[in-house]
Design a protein around this ligand. Structure first.
Ligand SMILES: [Zn+2]
Ligand SMILES: [Zn+2]
Length: 363
C-alpha cells in the first residue's frame, strides 16, 4: 500500500485505503465527486458520493439509474479504513473539498474552488490538513478578480445601453455555476431575461435549494420575440455565432470568464464585450486558501501548475509538487464539454512577479 493517502492511477485520483476514486476520469466502482462539472463528474461509475446540495446536479450528469448518495457538509463517514467528509469549496452549488483522514493524517482534495463571495453556493471553508491537493487554473499573479458587485453593475449598464439602442444583450457563460451567479447579480432586472435550454434545465436544482434568482424564461421562438431589442439572453459560449442567435435580431454579445481579465483583443474571441467573472480562485485566492490549510505539502493538479509549485517551494518553503490529472480549467466551455480537449484558454504571456518563467498552458 502506498504511503500516500491519495495517488493517481489511469482511472483518476485514488484513495487505496478507502477503496474509492475521487473525480475519476474513467468509470469506477465507487466515485467520490467534488462537484458536477463534466471534468469532475463523468458518467458510468457504479456509485457516487457527493455533498448533499450537489446531489441533484450530479444526478443530471450521470446516467438515469446511477446511485448518487449525498453527505451533508462536515458530516463524517467511514469508508474502508478512512474517514471522509465534504467541506464547501465555494465553486458552484454543492461543490466540495474532500477531507480524508487516516490515523491522524489528513489530506484534503480541493477540487475546483474559489474564495470570493458567491450567493449561489456555500462559502469556501479552509480545512486544516497535512497535504492539500490544489487546482491552479489561474495560478499566475496577473489574475486578480474585481469586486463581483462592480462586475454585476457593469453587466447591468451594458444591458441598459444595448436596450437603449434597440439591441438584445447576449451574455455567454458556463451553463453550470457561472450563469446562475450572473443571474443572482440581477435580482432586480431592468428587462426580461431569457435562457438557453442548456442552462434552463440547470436552474431548477438551484431554485430547489433556495438560491434566489430573478425570473427567467426558456428562450423559445415566442420568448425571443418578447426579449428582442430589450432583453438579456444567457447562453453557453458555444451558442455564440450559431444560427440559434438569429431569432434575437440585432445583438450585442459578451463573454463572462476569468480570461477576460487579460488585455488585448484576442481575449474576447469574437465577443463584443468581456466581463471578468470566474468560479476559480485568483492568484491571491489560491495562496490564501493554501496558507489557511496549514498544509506542509501541496500537490498541484491543473492550470498553471509550474508557477504555483515554484512559488510555494521557493517563497513559502512548502513541499510542493505537480500531480498530473485530466481536470480542465476554465476554457471556452471546458467545464461543459466533458473534456473534449478543445477548451484551450488563451495563451498567457509570462508576467513579472513571483510566478517567473514561462507558464505552461492548461493540461
Ligand atoms: Zn468546476
Ligand atoms: Zn474543473
Amino acid at each position: 500500500m502506498s504511503r500516500d493517502l491519495v495517488t493517481t492511477t489511469e482511472d483518476g485520483l485514488w484513495c487505496e485505503a478507502g477503496g474509492f476514486h475521487i473525480d475519476p476520469w474513467r468509470p469506477v466502482e465507487r466515485a467520490v465527486v467534488t462537484h458536477a462539472h463534466a471534468d469532475h463528474t463523468r458518467p458510468g461509475s457504479g456509485r457516487y458520493l457527493t455533498a448533499a446540495p450537489g446531489v441533484e446536479l450530479v444526478r443530471l450528469r450521470t446516467h438515469a439509474d446511477a446511485v448518487v448518495d449525498g453527505l451533508e457538509y462536515g458530516e463524517r463517514l467511514t469508508i474502508g479504513g478512512v474517514q471522509v467528509s465534504f467541506h464547501p469549496a465555494g465553486h458552484i452549488l454543492g461543490s466540495a473539498q474532500v477531507r480524508i483522514e487516516r490515523a491522524g493524517e489528513v489530506w484534503v482534495v480541493g477540487g475546483d474552488y474559489k474564495t470570493g463571495a458567491d450567493p449561489t453556493c456555500a462559502a469556501f471553508e479552509a480545512v486544516p490538513c497535512d497535504v492539500f491537493i490544489s487546482e491552479s487554473t489561474f495560478g499566475l499573479p496577473v489574475f486578480q478578480w474585481p469586486d463581483p458587485e462592480e462586475v454585476a453593475a457593469e453587466v447591468r449598464a451594458w444591458w441598459e445601453g444595448n436596450a437603449a439602442n434597440g439591441r438584445t444583450s447576449l451574455l455567454c457563460a458556463y451553463a453550470l455555476g457561472k450563469s446562475q451567479r450572473l443571474l443572482a447579480g440581477l435580482l432586480d432586472p431592468p428587462g426580461p431575461i431569457a435562457v438557453h435550454g442548456a442552462l434552463d434545465r440547470l436552474l431548477g436544482p438551484y431554485r430547489d435549494q433556495g438560491i434566489e434568482l430573478p425570473s427567467t424564461e426558456y428562450a423559445s421562438v415566442e420568448v425571443a420575440k418578447e426579449v428582442r431589442g430589450r432583453g438579456l439572453v444567457i447562453a453557453p459560449p458555444s451558442a455564440n455565432g450559431t444560427p440559434w442567435m438569429r431569432k434575437f435580431g440585432d445583438v450585442s454579445t459578451a463573454f463572462a470568464s476569468g480570461w477576460m481579465t487579460l488585455r488585448g483583443p484576442r481575449r474576447r474571441r469574437g465577443f463584443d464585450q468581456g466581463f471578468t467573472v470566474s468560479d476559480h480562485a485568483d492568484w491571491r485566492g489560491l495562496l490564501g486558501a493554501i496558507e489557511a490549510t496549514g498544509a506542509s505539502r501541496v500537490l498541484v493538479t491543473h492550470g498553471y501548475v509550474d508557477p504555483l509549485v515554484r512559488y510555494l517551494s521557493e517563497e513559502r518553503g512548502l513541499q510542493a509538487e505537480r500531480l498530473d490529472s485530466r481536470f480542465e480549467g476554465e476554457g471556452d466551455g471546458a467545464e461543459e464539454s466533458a473534456g473534449s480537449g478543445e477548451a484551450e484558454g488563451p495563451v498567457v504571456e509570462p508576467v513579472s512577479g513571483p510566478g517567473h518563467g514561462a507558464p505552461e498552458g492548461r493540461s
